[in-house]
Design a protein around this ligand. Structure first.
Ligand SMILES: *[C@@H]1O[C@H](CO)[C@@H](O)[C@H](O)[C@H]1NC(C)=O
Ligand SMILES: *[C@@H]1O[C@H](CO)[C@@H](O)[C@H](O)[C@H]1NC(C)=O
Ligand SMILES: *[C@@H]1O[C@H](CO)[C@@H](O)[C@H](O)[C@H]1NC(C)=O
Ligand SMILES: *[C@@H]1O[C@H](CO)[C@@H](O)[C@H](O)[C@H]1NC(C)=O
Ligand SMILES: *[C@@H]1O[C@H](CO)[C@@H](O)[C@H](O)[C@H]1NC(C)=O
Ligand SMILES: *[C@@H]1O[C@H](CO)[C@@H](O)[C@H](O)[C@H]1NC(C)=O
Ligand SMILES: *[C@@H]1O[C@H](CO)[C@@H](O)[C@H](O)[C@H]1NC(C)=O
Ligand SMILES: *[C@@H]1O[C@H](CO)[C@@H](O)[C@H](O)[C@H]1NC(C)=O
Ligand SMILES: *[C@@H]1O[C@H](CO)[C@@H](O)[C@H](O)[C@H]1NC(C)=O
Ligand SMILES: *[C@@H]1O[C@H](CO)[C@@H](O)[C@H](O)[C@H]1NC(C)=O
Ligand SMILES: *[C@@H]1O[C@H](CO)[C@@H](O)[C@H](O)[C@H]1NC(C)=O
Ligand SMILES: *[C@@H]1O[C@H](CO)[C@@H](O)[C@H](O)[C@H]1NC(C)=O
Length: 836
């Protein structure tokens, strides 16, 4: 009863005042203190060691970790390779850690309640956030959406870890994590009541003994009060402490937080951080038990989770070429079954000249093959709804999917081009077009009406493929085996981009690139009509486009794509390729390597005691500064010398300023986002014991800035069956006029929105999107909503992407509202503000 008073009062306070950012374990490493990311990473690594040890033991195999070696992604991978030889993917393991850490960090960015940080003795709401978050993680895993599971996991980890820094759990002499925080069924006992005094003032700067002895004797749980503006707190309560916390200047002065080693209770920082690691491991074990080892490994990124999607044109009687291409797809599906490269899911979206969809999604390869084989065709020769089919796939498939589009016709819905580009950019999926020359394959039909593609029609597909880091392959009867070889190479595991460049209009140019020793199967793709090129190896050997086999590699031609597979010996060093062409061309150098680079645009919010940051889900503003987070996978440490924004189809460059935030993580500041579309290029040094080598990587996906901003009201929960209305604002300082608005979501929920907004001379307008999850939607389902605004004449476009969780209303307080509490007067107050 008494503790409910605390809840009611602080919900009220949270409603009336927006509480600015609280403090937490640090986001950026500054000294020996452990950051949220280090805590999360340590827990991931230690948990993986346990899982691999269990598996090795159950298989009767030994399991050894090198003695005295520091636990890193690399050592854990080596130690685990006995248990999971074929499953292990170091780069995706790193990716899983990064994704979790990114959303963990984002919790500090927003203006959040005390509950997110366990400040102000807000234990019940904090525990509730954790247990609800765990449900969301498990539901996402069940649905195969691992990215979304990691996002929810990162948020839960943040709150869970903060408990050990902000409460007196460690001071109480506890030897194990507080399991009650992850178990909604356990009662939260021994909370200090609102009128229990918990602290006395610090003696000067010495706060080591400020918690009252009776609190420690009775093992009462308390946490520090925090407010950056008002010094108010209930009488006798502990404060968080630090220069930013105004409550700590009021009696009892000083604080109890253990955020870093120089905090008021900094002498307990290491112990609190260790306890937070153990608590995170306990949370991971809870998820592992609920989902099983296989799904858990996928969550940890240790087994391949790629998704293969096909968008197939069913117009024009599935002629020979389609039959041949589907044979290619099926042989690729078969060749990957049971291997580490087997996709976790398959997606099929048919389209014709009238219609597109439905989207068919399955994890069962046999069922998927049946679906492909049973595609029926209409007999029209009109252009198809190609971009609509592709858009549906991009919207509903998980990020980073491999998408293949098969067609022999031009697209009827070309107005979707900018939207498709934006969607490619935000999902980082790769799109490859397989185009067929229908005149030769369909000569028995009415040729004058056949759907042959003109150069400008093909150019649309080439542009989209290039933006995504994919290819355009012209496929005919006679080249189907070559096409198969090319496609197989495009979906190999651990594929990285070393360099890509496009020239439209064409321009004779020399491109140089560095190959490092970690690369294998290096392949150069050159697309264009009759490009003339010469390759120069680091040792001065040359090979021209007309030498198909020797001395540097073998050249395969499929339509207007030339693929050069480099000989694996003598690769390391600086290469040059000189290209000339009479028409536009596109060049890409790829290879397989565990060393890859992840780029995310982030938003920095400057706070009193340290900056906080989170991922941005919108295009950066042209002409203004921007920051992105760069993480190099596959190595325990790395030197980065250059991060550049390179003009996607030219040679202009904007150089970033690099600041290390970890051994392999960097924040890069860009002074001015350029007008032109760009790719991100990174150069650096790999230090493998004695051998130091240069390396370079590039983002496969092309990015763009915008002069439009789209901002949506922050919202994160939606209820099944209840329409959720979200306000958004579109603003610009350039083109006023009639803007086209589009909104879509990855769950296929119904969404309504104004089809256009007029931006007047003041340059901004507000609209509202309504999203309705069907009433039978499982609580915990995540939904990604994208709101897009396009300037008149398609001259510019921006979008914002929001993550929402479907949650039933009463689940919010299911953790503690029992019948007896409901009878109390205070419950009425709580519900008045929260339930209704
Ligand atoms: C964390 O767990 C390990 C293994 O159970 C234990 O040895 C260690 O003492 C724990 N650390 C803390 C701070 O509780
Ligand atoms: C295409 O291949 C099919 C069988 O693979 C064959 O029947 C057909 O004649 C071929 N068409 C052309 C134009 O080569
Ligand atoms: C081709 O189709 C058009 C329109 O249906 C028709 O007028 C024409 O006679 C056909 N030509 C041949 C050779 O079948
Ligand atoms: C490219 O390099 C070759 C050989 O070094 C040189 O002959 C040629 O002029 C260069 N081309 C351009 C466009 O710089
Ligand atoms: C990549 O290279 C390895 C040897 O380095 C080879 O065994 C493998 O087959 C190659 N993969 C492909 C897709 O060519
Ligand atoms: C690879 O390169 C080496 C030396 O450059 C050459 O001796 C060898 O024949 C090449 N192998 C192939 C398959 O091209
Ligand atoms: C719009 O904003 C950008 C960045 O702040 C600025 O560089 C540009 O001059 C502005 N344009 C107009 C027309 O005000
Ligand atoms: C970025 O620009 C804003 C103003 O638009 C400025 O306040 C901020 O200091 C700049 N940040 C950096 C890192 O230059
Ligand atoms: C490479 O690593 C070694 C040992 O770890 C170190 O002594 C050396 O300075 C490093 N070199 C570079 C260029 O970072
Ligand atoms: C959702 O957002 C609201 C503010 O809009 C915030 O109070 C609440 O704590 C957030 N919940 C989660 C789970 O992030
Ligand atoms: C959304 O916008 C409408 C109309 O401008 C306004 O009445 C409403 O209060 C706004 N809702 C929120 C939550 O801001
Ligand atoms: C804005 O454009 C849409 C179609 O793009 C049109 O339906 C609408 O009438 C236009 N609004 C105004 C005020 O011109």
């Amino acid at each position: 009863m008494v503790s409910l008073v605390v809840v009611a009062v602080f919900l009220l306070q949270g409603t009336l005042f927006q509480l600015p950012q609280a403090e937490a374990f640090k986001i950026f490493p500054t000294d020996d203190s452990l950051t949220h990311q280090q805590i999360t990473e340590a827990a991931f690594l230690r948990k993986m060691v346990e899982v691999c040890r269990d598996v090795a033991t159950s298989q009767g195999n030994g399991f050894t970790l090198p003695i005295n070696s520091k636990l890193t992604a690399t050592t854990v991978q080596k130690a685990c390779s006995n248990s999971y030889a074929s499953l292990l993917q170091l780069s995706t393991f790193n990716l899983a850690i990064i994704q979790t850490a990114l959303s963990n960090a984002a919790v500090d960015r927003k203006v959040f309640s005390t509950a997110h940080h366990f400040d102000d003795e807000d234990f019940k709401n904090g525990r509730d956030l954790i247990t609800k978050g765990i449900v969301a993680v498990k539901v996402s895993i069940k649905k195969g959406n691992y990215l979304s599971a990691r996002t929810s996991l990162g948020i839960v980890c943040h709150t869970l870890q903060d408990f050990y820094s902000h409460s007196n759990w460690v001071e109480l002499g506890s030897n194990a994590p507080f399991s009650t925080l992850i178990k909604p069924e356990l009662p939260l006992n021994n909370l200090a009541s609102r009128d229990t005094k918990t602290c006395k003032s610090c003696v000067g700067k010495d706060c080591s003994d400020n918690i009252l002895p009776e609190v420690l004797q009775q093992k009462l749980l308390t946490s520090g009060y925090f407010h950056p503006i008002f010094p108010d707190k209930p009488a006798g309560k502990c404060s968080h402490g630090s220069a930013l916390d105004q409550t700590s200047s009021k009696e009892p002065t000083g604080g109890i937080n253990k955020d870093d080693i120089s905090s008021d209770h900094g002498f307990l920082h290491k112990r609190a951080a260790e306890m937070a690691i153990n608590a995170t491991m306990e949370l991971l074990e809870d998820i592992r038990l609920a989902t099983g080892d296989q799904a858990f490994l996928r969550l940890m990124g240790l087994s391949q989770t790629s998704v293969l999607a096909f968008v197939i044109d069913t117009t024009g009687s599935l002629s020979n070429y389609i039959a041949e291409a589907t044979r290619v797809f099926i042989s690729i599906i078969d060749s990957r079954r049971g291997t580490s490269e087997e996709p976790s899911e398959y997606i099929l979206v048919p389209f014709n000249d009238q219609d597109f969809g439905p989207l068919i999604r399955t994890g069962d390869a046999d069922r998927f093959k049946e679906q492909i084989n049973s595609l029926s065709a209409s007999d029209s020769l009109n252009p198809g709804m190609c971009l609509s089919g592709l858009m549906l796939t991009l919207t509903r498939a998980p990020p980073s999917s491999d998408i293949f589009v098969l067609t022999d016709a031009s697209a009827k819905d070309t107005e979707l081009k900018s939207s498709v580009e934006a969607m490619i950019e935000s999902t980082k999926s790769t799109v490859t077009f397989l185009l067929t020359n229908s005149i030769s394959t369909r000569s028995q039909q009415n040729v004058s009406l056949s759907r042959s593609l003109s150069q400008s029609e093909i150019q649309l597909y080439r542009d989209l493929a290039r933006v995504s880091g994919g290819q355009t392959i012209e496929f005919t009867n006679t080249t189907s085996s070559q096409a198969t070889a090319v496609i197989t190479g495009l979906i190999s595991a651990d594929l990285v981009t070393v360099l890509q460049a496009a020239r439209n209009p064409p321009k004779a140019e020399n491109f140089s690139f560095v190959l490092d020793p970690t690369l294998s199967n290096v392949t150069v793709y050159i697309t264009g009509d009759s490009p003339v090129f010469t390759l120069y190896s680091p040792t001065g050997i040359t090979q021209s486009h007309s030498q198909t086999d020797l001395p540097l590699g073998s050249i395969l031609t499929v339509g207007n794509l030339k693929r050069v597979k480099l000989n694996s010996t003598g690769q390391t060093g600086e290469w040059k390729i000189s290209i000339d062409s009479t028409s536009s061309y596109n060049m890409r150098v790829t290879g397989q390597s565990s060393v890859d680079v992840l780029f995310y645009f982030v938003e920095i919010v400057e706070g009193g005691h340290g900056d906080s940051w989170g991922q941005r889900f919108t295009r950066p503003f042209i002409g203004r500064n921007a920051t992105f987070y760069v993480s190099v996978t596959g190595r325990d440490s790395v030197t980065v010398t250059d991060v550049l924004l390179v003009e996607a189809s030219g040679s202009d460059v904007v150089r970033g300023t690099i600041k290390a935030v970890g051994a392999t993580d960097f924040l890069v500041n860009i002074d001015r986002i350029p007008e032109w579309p760009f790719v991100v290029q990174l150069k650096g040094l790999l230090n493998d014991s004695s051998l130091v080598s240069q390396f370079q990587r590039q983002s496969p996906t092309q990015h763009k800035g915008s002069r439009i901003t789209v901002m949506a009201q922050s919202q994160n929960i939606t209820q099944p069956g209840v329409p959720l209305s979200l306000n958004f604002t579109v603003a610009t300082n350039t083109t006023s006029g009639n803007y086209t608005i589009r909104a879509r979501n990855d769950q296929g929920f119904s969404v309504s929105f104004p089809s256009s907004l007029i931006l007047g001379t003041e340059g901004s307008a507000q609209g509202s999107v309504t999203l309705t999850a069907p009433s039978d939607t499982e609580s915990g389902t995540d939904v990604t909503l994208t709101i897009e605004a396009e300037a008149p004449g398609s001259t510019d476009l921006n979008y914002v992407t929001l993550q929402l969780t479907v949650s039933t209303a009463n689940a919010i307080f299911s953790g503690y509202h029992s019948l007896s509490l409901c009878l109390s007067f205070f419950f009425f107050i709580v519900c008045h503000f929260v339930c209704f």
